[in-house]
Design a protein around this ligand. Structure first.
Ligand SMILES: Nc1ncnc2c1ncn2[C@@H]1O[C@H](COP(=O)(O)OP(=O)(O)OP(=O)(O)O)[C@@H](O)[C@H]1O
Length: 262
């Protein structure tokens, strides 16, 4: 395994809202290797998005630090993919996917070629001139994936990217992401509420406690690649699912007990 690309040490984050201090996250220590696909699961509100935002540099830790080892200083550091696509309704599919390259000042002809290439790999070719409003949710998320990959970022940060999709579409896009990732191993931090999705996609599943999120478990996912949905029928898949579920169930029950007492 190649070197460490993300090193989080003692990371904590608190927010002050309406004169109340919320300890949202940490302390968290986390080392992620280059090219690793890491899923983060945890109860609602435990600080998963906050952790992603800190890695992206969109928020600062209150305590601790995140060090990112840049492989190529010219490449963008992070691309983010969100549940709500984050693509611009007034731009065509081609212009949306090309946007990171436009921002980087890549010449138009080269940018168009790269964007078309990723549009093709993400399975949306033929829709280059379409506007997002005319596309289904699944197609929009494919556009968002193409845009995230085209920038060739050091790290891809994905915050529940498939949560808004219906179950069948979600299966299709999980498979597409696996296919693309297995061909272009990028470092991915992938937040999900789905244990099943985490085990299907990731090399490693980091399980966070309820707020403030701390690491309860860090599990190596042993299934060979390329992976397909067939891994779900392996005995070990069920065992890992159960192990993570028990941890999360315990956390959620504890929060409910605390609410009952309050
Ligand atoms: N800007 C902010 N100001 C105040 N509180 C915040 C802010 N951002 C997040 N929080 C609080 O910090 C905690 C962690 O939020 P975060 O969105 O990181 O959790 P999460 O695990 O991603 O949640 P979910 O699973 O529901 O998406 C929550 O209690 C949230 O209300």
């Amino acid at each position: 395994m190649s070197g460490i690309v993300i090193e989080a040490t003692g990371v904590e984050r608190t927010f002050v809202a309406r004169r109340q201090t919320v300890h949202a996250l940490g302390p968290v220590d986390l080392s992620i290797h280059r090219g690793q696909f890491v899923a983060i699961v945890g109860p609602s509100g435990c600080g998963k998005s906050t952790l992603l935002r800190i890695v992206a540099g969109l928020a600062a830790p209150t305590v601790g630090e995140v060090v990112i080892d840049r492989h190529d200083p010219r490449a963008p550091l992070c691309s983010m993919v969100f549940q709500d696509y984050g693509i611009f309704p007034w731009k065509t599919v081609l212009a949306n996917v090309r946007l990171p390259l436009d921002i980087a000042g890549v010449p138009r002809r080269e940018a168009n070629a790269a964007a078309r290439d990723w549009i093709d790999r993400a399975g949306v070719s033929g829709f280059e001139s379409a506007y997002p409003a005319t596309l289904s949710g699944g197609m929009r998320q494919r556009v968002a994936l193409a845009r995230a990959f085209v920038a060739n970022p050091e790290i891809l940060l994905m915050d529940e990217p498939f949560a808004a999709l219906d179950a069948q579409l979600r299966l299709v896009l999980q498979q597409e992401l696996l296919r693309v990732w297995e061909a272009h191993r990028r470092t991915i931090l992938f937040v999900t509420h789905s244990i099943d999705e985490a085990l299907l996609l990731a090399d490693r599943v980091v399980v966070l406690s309820s707020r403030p999120g701390r690491i309860l478990d860090d599990i190596e996912v042993p299934f060979a690649r390329p992976r397909t949905r067939a891994v779900r029928s392996e005995t070990e898949f069920g065992a890992l699912e159960e192990r993570i579920w028990r941890l999360l169930k315990g956390e959620v029950e504890e929060v409910e007990r605390a609410h009952d007492v309050a």
